[in-house]
Design a protein. Structure first.
Length: 139
């Protein structure tokens, strides 16, 4: 029997828009950073290291998806911010400094909320367009 959680997550990812995929990446990075903080508190250095690396890898993925030509200044600023986040995580990993991880979590959360608003606006616009088409067809 298949694991229902894995099936749900697979369907969520496969059916996600680009905006929702970015949200999922932000959620994953935040989750791994929070877990790293927990493991630092527990003095479980190998697990803290592993979770910091997972968060770094997600940020590298976010960096690789930036469209520098179309995104212009916004993409450049995001790239710099992601680069700063990775640097902070590298330093946090070296020193097992929870405060550096927490500062990256705060930054990532702000970015996530911005993306969430964009995704919600896109979904609302698409829904409004579908409703308008239905009215034109039936009206």
């Amino acid at each position: 029997m298949k694991n229902p959680i894995k099936t749900y997550l697979k369907n969520e990812i496969e059916g996600a828009t680009k905006g929702k995929l970015v949200l999922l990446l932000y959620d994953g990075a935040i989750k791994y950073m929070k877990m790293a903080c927990k493991y630092i508190d527990e003095k479980n250095i190998p697990e803290a290291h592993s979770n910091i690396i997972k968060a770094e890898n997600i940020i590298y993925e976010l960096m690789s998806t930036l469209n520098m030509e179309a995104g212009g200044e916004i993409a450049e600023n995001l790239l710099r911010l992601y680069d700063f986040m990775v640097y902070q995580l590298v330093m946090a990993n070296k020193d097992k400094d929870k405060s550096k991880i927490e500062s990256v979590i705060k930054l990532m959360f702000v970015l996530r909320e911005g993306w969430k608003q964009i995704v919600e606006q896109e979904e609302k616009t698409k829904l409004d367009e579908r409703k308008a088409k239905q009215i034109n067809i039936s009206g």
